[in-house]
Design a protein around this ligand. Structure first.
Ligand SMILES: Cc1cc2nc3c(=O)[nH]c(=O)nc-3n(C[C@H](O)[C@H](O)[C@H](O)COP(=O)(O)O)c2cc1C
Length: 232
């Protein structure tokens, strides 16, 4: 696949075929993701790739704790609820997803079912838990580097016919993930990525989320000088 096909074609996948993913393919994808840049090439990110019984235990623990109302225990700072334009965009994609899934706004049971799917990592056959070295915890650079490698991971997966969704719900109950994935204390849990072969019949997999325009996102400075721009 060409780069444009990968980035324009990729979308979050929330329904998977009940098919195992070969370890060799996951290794190939991780190899590509590791080409991501990192601050001073420090490469702080690590991957705990979980499938089978340990992943089922994570799903079970996540769901049980969610239903029991155990508060979120992510291992990094959170800004709390979104507001303004960010909230609008959050609602925008939720409306797209709920629309194709036939989940009505006031249907609490269906909405709860969707939330629990997220806590089960959308029943994906594989979960890649992205961590970073605790020795550099406390700065914003390591999480930034994890973001770069995670973006590279989902794009690399897509280029090889695999689907992913980056999934904060999956690590909201971090102690459960730490226990069953065997993640040592010298690692900070950043995020997880559900991965598997996309089930094309799952409606949410067709959703193409919107993006702000280039003009909204980019500010061009110093381009008025004809020496520095081709634009008339
Ligand atoms: C840090 C991060 C956390 C996310 N957590 C979740 C999640 O918990 N559940 C979910 O359904 N999607 C999650 N997503 C996926 C986003 O909703 C999705 O990337 C966004 O709506 C854009 O859609 P696209 O990936 O299809 O382009 C997460 C994405 C990121 C980058």
């Amino acid at each position: 696949m060409k780069y444009d096909e990968v980035v324009n074609g990729r979308r979050s996948i929330r329904g998977y075929k009940d098919e195992p993913v070969p370890k060799s393919l996951i290794k190939e994808v991780i190899g590509l993701a590791l080409r991501a840049p990192s601050s001073m090439n420090t490469q702080p990110a690590n991957f705990y790739v979980v499938t089978g019984a340990p992943l089922d235990l994570i799903r079970k623990g996540n769901v049980e704790r969610n239903l029991a109302g155990v508060p979120d225990s992510r291992e990094f700072r959170s800004h709390g609820a979104y507001a303004g334009i960010h909230r609008e965009r959050q609602i925008g994609v939720a409306k797209q997803l709920f629309g194709v899934m036939g989940i009505e706004r006031h249907d609490k049971a269906a909405r709860q079912d969707w939330v629990l799917r997220g806590f089960r990592q959308f029943d994906a056959p594989v979960s890649v838990v992205v961590t970073y070295d605790r020795s550099i915890h406390g700065s914003d650079i390591a999480p930034f580097d994890c973001g770069a490698v995670t973006n590279a991971l989902v794009n690399a997966a897509w280029s090889r016919g695999l689907g992913c969704v980056i999934n904060s719900q999956g690590i909201m109950q971090s102690p459960v993930v730490r226990e069953h994935a065997g993640i040592p204390d010298d690692q900070v849990i950043m995020i997880c990525v559900a991965m598997g072969f996309p089930d094309d019949s799952f409606p949410a997999n067709a959703v193409v989320s919107h993006r702000k325009s280039i003009d909204e996102a980019a500010v061009f400075v110093g381009f008025n000088d004809p020496k520095h721009t081709q634009e008339i």
